[in-house]
Design a protein around this ligand. Sequence first.
Ligand code: ADP
Ligand code: ASP
Ligand code: MG
Length: 423
Amino acid sequence: MGLIVQKYGGSSVADAAGLKRVANRIVAAKRDGNQVVVVVSAMGDTTDELIDLAEQITPIPQGRELDMLLTAGERISMALLAMAINNLGHEALSFTGSQAGVITTSAHGRARIIDVTPGRIKEALDGGAIAIVAGFQGISQDTKDVTTLGRGGSDTTAVALAAALDADVCEIYTDVDGVFSADPRVVPAARKLKTVTYDEMLELAASGAKVLHLRCVEYARRYNLPIHVRSSFTTNEGTWVVKDHPEGGSMEQAIISGIAHDKSEAKITIVGVPDRTGVAARIFQAIADADINIDMIVQNVSAAATGLTDISFTLPKAEGAEATAILQKLQGEVGFASIQYDDQIGKLSLVGAGMRSHPGVTATFFGALSDAGVNIEMISTSEIRISIICRETDVERGAKAAHTAFALDADQSEAVVYGGTGR
Ligand code: ADP
Ligand code: ASP
Ligand code: MG
């Protein structure tokens, strides 16, 4: 008998019919002789709808109250799913994140899991029940307030629970057949990956491939827990996220595993910054103090005549207003000329472990972008990733062009999107 943690995303439980379909699947896993823990997201676009509703009340809702509101979404789906399973003659008990022992930091909207103490889940399993856990939520260790883990955070709930329960596998059920070489909604010729390594998946998730939440991949890597990403709409084998590609596969392993895109970032340029020791430190410390995550940074060579330089960096659009306000306060002290804010940018990233040993990847990538008429505004690289910033309107064209240039296009179309609105 094994212990399986399954996670069902919002599109898999979008309506009553979806909940019933998923309930049947869960019961089948239980009938196979497994202990089953299920993590569930809010139904369909509920989370977005709740955010829209809050914004109709106030432009900047308090983090505590927004988290209280958003966690209601997962409460609805967990209770309905438990009812659907009970209706099939199997015992199911639903638990909030707090009841499931998901202990987090107190940063509302982006809390991190500190500990998982799943005593009640174990009790439920020992009693023969299926445990249903609300994803994306926890309780702060310090304030005892309800928190959320950031958009897409149910994946992280699932992997964290799987690690705490020492599960055999964590299955992430979604609206596509697995992890593809690009987002199937953007590149219809994308192909399904049989395996992807933790390192590759980390880079893809960090670069905007929202099929898995970044922190869930960090967790899985830390505990060496295999993740099986698959569709809840088919029984097709999905993608295994594992430590290494299987032996023998490496010869055929493509240089590039995947292409990710991200339209959620903005670019801030600080113009006319005095090129002095300590200035960059001062600027980025102020940003860091506000807990704002920055991504790419580019500093130009300073003009000899003026000793002034420009510094550009990217950050989540959602944090753009706060960062701009912080910088404005620094203007007098640091003495830069002005701040430019641009939220019409997009990011394209190529990821692949094979990049380490293959020269020329950058040249092929940039050549493909140039042929597609995509202008590169910023560049950053890691050992297994190349990312560029371009105009937001160029992202899809650039992704398709790069996908073709690296011979990733599937021979026969295999990328089916079974549900979801892509919101
Ligand atoms: P869920 O609601 O199940 O959590 P998400 O919408 O969070 O689903 O994630 C699934 C979506 O991720 C897919 O519908 C797809 O549009 C998107 N996606 C982005 N990049 C990829 C990729 N490389 N492979 C598969 N899906 C991807
Ligand atoms: N419901 C949350 C969201 O939409 C969490 C999740 O689906 O993973 O972001
Ligand atoms: Mg998701």
